[in-house]
Design a protein around this ligand. Sequence first.
Ligand SMILES: Nc1ncnc2c1ncn2[C@@H]1O[C@H](COP(=O)(O)OP(=O)(O)OP(=O)(O)O)[C@@H](O)[C@H]1O
Ligand SMILES: [Mg+2]
Length: 346
Amino acid sequence: MISTDAVLNALKAVKYPGFSRDIVSFGLVKDVSAANGAVSVAMQLTSPNPDAARQIKTEAEQVLKNLPGVKQVVVEVHQPAAGQAASGGAFANQTRVPGVKRVIAIASGKGGVGKSTCSANLACALSHLGARVGLLDCDIYGPSIPLMMGVYERPTVNAEERLVPPVSHGVKVMSIGLLLTDDQPVIWRGPMITKTIQQFLLAVEWSDLDFLLVDLPPGTGDAQLSLCQTVPLDGGVIISTPQEASLGVVRKGIAMFRKVNVPILGLVENMSYFTAPNGERVEIFGHGGGKEEAARQNAPFLGEVPIFTEIREAGDRGTPVVVSAPNHPAGQAFIKIAEALRSKMA
Ligand SMILES: Nc1ncnc2c1ncn2[C@@H]1O[C@H](COP(=O)(O)OP(=O)(O)OP(=O)(O)O)[C@@H](O)[C@H]1O
Ligand SMILES: [Mg+2]
């Protein structure tokens, strides 16, 4: 058995032409797989120089063929076309999603705060306001968008070999949950997540959209990084509960976007309060934490969404509350936030 670590180690012997640094430490090796004596490596150069690509490919093939147990070697070297020389760095390979005007990421510092619920409802609310909208679920380990949007059909492939996203409640939807069968757990490593997210952005027929909302998994892992490196994001929205905001978890999400130069569109406080049957307002997680934290972080506050049983029920039924009950206070809360979002992006 050849391990991917052994492959990476071997590739460290290949120097970038003209430099003393190797191709691995330069971050050019994007994907490695090894099975049954076959090794496949994908690299992405930031320079369009064909000689550099040729030399790297030849040397990489050579060192890999010399590894014990390797029978077959495939080395793919990708590079930008001449004239599009990148300025360098990890974000040098960003491309815009064809036909999509704005890509907006929805993130949170922590799980379970209602990111997916907000993503689904905001997508439907923007569509309700007349925009053309797509919703991409970047949660590879726990995709919940198909359930919340009520999508069960598998995407089809068109004549250009691009994935055609199913449309639900007027929104184009893509999720790993639509491609896997049943309850198969996903146990992928970073490079596969990166590749999947790149394909979700660039090999899906999204056009034409005013907004592509991207539901991110919690935290700041491979999915977040892959997204930021693949396409320029037009903005980021942070979802938080009042409690999480007051605990400073929001700061992590904001810091992540700032680090990769993504404009912060604002913070949404979810599960703000609960209205008891007698009309009393119960602030389960405290109140106002979101607004205060947004002010402290110099980020706009987009609005609050109370706790409503209807929101959860609608999500479980696959018809977001914005669609099933647009005039209910829950639906209205999301529509107001969508309006705020739209005016920020006008
Ligand atoms: N305002 C709300 N009122 C009532 N229920 C809500 C509200 N927001 C979210 N929920 C419910 O809370 C649960 C968690 O929400 P959701 O799955 O959207 O969170 P998430 O942040 O995407 O979680 P994860 O980190 O696992 O991706 C769901 O059952 C959802 O229906
Ligand atoms: Mg989620």
